[in-house]
Design a protein around this ligand. Structure first.
Ligand SMILES: Cc1cc2nc3c(=O)[nH]c(=O)nc-3n(C[C@H](O)[C@H](O)[C@H](O)COP(=O)(O)OP(=O)(O)OC[C@H]3O[C@@H](n4cnc5c(N)ncnc54)[C@H](O)[C@@H]3O)c2cc1C
Length: 420
């Protein structure tokens, strides 16, 4: 069935940070934009927990679960709001100067270090402990608007999400269609002419002058493979993490903001920060670690996240099923980071630490810039682009959202200059 609405200039598949930014900027520049998003709004209740309820968790290696967010706003509705600037040199090596786009993004998105009074007792205790060991542990930059926060507490509207960009895109005339899952890109005479999609169960063709895939690090390579571009999805990273937990009798969780403070060791390839997770995750991890004695200590448990920069490895198939192994290098990095976290917990006066299974939350590097994409992020055809975490060209290990916003803004700027 063909869609009968007027053909838009640009079709953006996916409404996560990158898709929302490119759609907003293009709509603001006067393009007719349509966004196709397979999900709907966020479910009520704890959003992170919702990932499991909505089957957005998948195994990527034995015992390793990857979390992603298939809903309006993509990962930005479940993320921890840590705002790390892009490694500009990495993108410069691949022909993209991201600095002007980054400046634009920083001018509109909060990114300052967490205000001091918002540091809860357990993150504060861990920061003191880390510093006592000589670690550069500090409050992390957050996409949280401090002007909306009271003393020691932030209401939900202080936390940035891509919904802001989507609302602006719609205000500039973009159309956001939810419940529509793109299955493949259609081509005629070497040019993309639109996508085939499942629209609430029925197959539809959505035509457009240009197609931008922003469906995330797992879905974009799968869509490309189904469109005949088989080189997509060969290798990916996922920035796996483990959580090291221990009982701290003298401190208690209270409005803790996850990843309030920590540090990056870019040479060693890992980062450490405080983290807070919902009680259900805590109980599952505590049980899996063989520590039933800790099950009732949720409120008095200090948690340190160890996240590593893993190698690009494995495969994502045309059904969107990722699979990989973690090599010796990845395991050694994780072991070193976990040892460091144990030392910090000991310095904080915590009880005997235990460690969660591996979890991953940043799939990317699956349609790499410089291999499958040029600096216009175009792939296979000059009017087909990929703009999301898939395009990151090298092993990563950083919170990617600011980078993805900058990539979206840069692509929109290039296309606007070309007359879309
Ligand atoms: C628990 C957690 C905490 C995190 N914390 C941080 C943090 O503190 N800082 C940070 O920078 N990053 C963080 N991240 C990572 C960050 O959320 C993601 O890396 C980021 O959202 C990826 O953006 P994206 O634009 O590449 O794609 P996504 O955000 O994944 O968006 C892709 C969108 O495309 C839609 N889609 C997929 N397939 C289709 C299809 N076939 N048709 C139509 N639509 C489709 C999806 O539903 C989704 O809305 C965290 C992630 C998790 C899971």
């Amino acid at each position: 069935m063909a869609d009968t609405a007027p053909i838009p200039d640009v079709l953006v598949v996916g409404s996560g940070p990158a898709g929302a930014m490119v759609a907003r900027d293009l709509a603001r520049a006067g393009a007719r934009v349509r966004i196709l998003e397979q999900g709907s709004g966020p479910p009520p209740g704890t959003q992170l927990l919702g990932l499991l309820r909505r089957k957005e968790a998948m195994h990527i290696a034995p015992g390793v679960v990857l979390l992603r967010s298939l809903r309006v706003g993509g990962g930005s509705v479940t993320f921890f709001h840590t705002a790390t600037r892009p490694p500009l040199a990495m993108f410069a090596r691949h022909g993209i100067d991201l600095s002007p786009a980054l400046e634009r993004v920083l001018a509109e998105c909060p990114h300052e270090p967490l205000r001091e009074d918002l540091l809860a007792p357990i993150p504060s205790l861990l920061m003191q402990a880390g510093r006592s060991l000589g670690l550069p542990w500090q409050r992390l930059p957050k996409m949280i608007d401090p002007s909306r926060c009271g003393h020691g507490h932030c209401p939900p509207e202080a936390f940035w999400s891509a919904h802001t960009l989507l609302e602006q895109a719609v205000a500039h005339g973009a159309e956001l269609r939810t419940g529509v899952q793109a299955t493949r890109v259609l081509f005629e005479q070497g040019r993309a002419i639109g996508v085939e999609a499942r629209d609430h169960g029925a197959m539809q063709i959505f035509r457009a002058g240009r197609v931008i895939l922003s469906a995330g690090g797992i879905a974009s390579p799968a869509i490309l493979q189904r469109s005949g571009i088989e080189q997509a999805g060969h290798g990916f990273f996922c920035d796996p993490l483990r959580i090291v937990m221990a009982h701290v009798p003298l401190a208690r969780q209270s409005h803790d903001i996850a990843m309030s403070a920590g540090y990056f060791d870019t040479e060693a390839g890992y980062m450490l920060s405080d983290i807070t997770i919902p009680a259900h995750f805590f109980r599952a991890f505590t049980w899996a670690a063989g520590r039933p004695d800790q099950l009732l200590n949720y409120g008095h448990t200090a948690m340190i996240m160890v996240k590593i920069r893993d190698d690009i490895e494995g495969r994502i198939d045309a059904h969107g099923r990722p699979w990989r192994r973690f090599g010796l290098g990845d395991k050694l990095k994780m072991r070193t980071g976990v040892e460091q976290a144990r030392a910090v917990l000991k310095a904080a006066g915590a009880g005997r630490p235990y460690v969660s299974p591996w979890v991953a939350a940043h799939p990317g590097g699956s349609v790499r810039l410089g291999e499958l994409l040029d600096e216009r992020l175009s792939c296979h055809s000059p009017n087909l682009h990929v703009c999301d975490a898939s395009v990151i060209p090298e092993p990563w290990g950083l919170p990617p959202t600011l980078t993805l916003l900058a990539l979206g803004s840069d692509l929109a700027w290039r296309l606007s200059r070309e007359g879309r």
